[in-house]
Design a protein around this ligand. Structure first.
Ligand code: GLN
Length: 207
């Protein structure tokens, strides 16, 4: 299994280290041709406008959008979540529109800068996830097609999934907790299995 990590800006090294710790091949991705042979993709935290501009500069924005729409599972953390969202405000920006959520930048109540909070993510187990928020985006709307995986104590959604897309408003890559990355790798493995199944089925002649 090979996971590409967008390496134009932000906390990509931390994601790569965590993936390697989990025994997965992690490849830094800058250019469109590097998307070939990638089974899953991570967009790190950082500064979303800078990342967006660099994606256009390196010509990877459209190819990534196309590949993600067709087949590629993608996880976005913090700025990465902004880039996956359908709508962004404060201010608005162009995105990959891969998850049907509306997100407000730098909008975490009165907590302007950074804070840590424990987040309940039941499918990762009983132990809450100690999440680091840094000028985090706030999820203001989720479509019914979006599954909310984790919330803060006040009910704010901070971890969401829509089919093979996963997004969190915090930074799992800055902790020692690998559970969210492992969950994403499970999504990638499921997609690979589906692919093998459909190739096999296509190879069996119909009666
Ligand atoms: N506030 C940043 C943005 O708008 C995201 C912060 C982060 O990724 N830690 O891009």
């Amino acid at each position: 299994m090979r996971i590409g990590v967008l390496a134009l800006q932000g906390s990509f090294i931390e994601h790569i280290n965590m993936l390697e710790e989990l025994g997965v091949t992690a490849t830094p991705v800058y250019k469109p041709d590097e998307l070939e042979g990638i089974d899953g993709f991570i967009i790190p935290g950082g500064e979303s406008t800078t990342m967006l501009n660099l994606m256009h500069e390196f010509g990877i924005f459209e190819p990534l959008k196309e590949k993600a729409r067709a087949e590629l599972p993608v996880m976005g953390t913090c700025a990465g979540m902004l880039l996956l969202a359908k709508e962004v405000s404060n201010p608005g920006m162009e995105t990959l529109t891969l998850i049907d959520i509306s997100v407000k930048r730098n909008a975490f109540g009165r907590q302007i800068d950074s804070f840590e909070a424990s987040v309940d993510i039941p499918l990762l187990g009983k132990e809450p996830f100690l999440a680091i928020f840094i000028r985090a985006p706030l999820i203001e709307r989720t479509s019914p097609d979006v599954e909310i995986l984790g919330r803060l104590n006040d009910g704010t959604a901070v971890a969401v999934r829509q089919e093979r897309m996963l997004a969190v408003s915090f930074h799992p890559e800055l902790t020692q907790d690998t559970r969210l990355h492992r969950y994403f790798l499970e999504i990638v493995a499921d997609c690979l299995e589906e692919e093998v199944k459909s190739v096999r089925e296509a190879a069996i002649p119909a009666d």
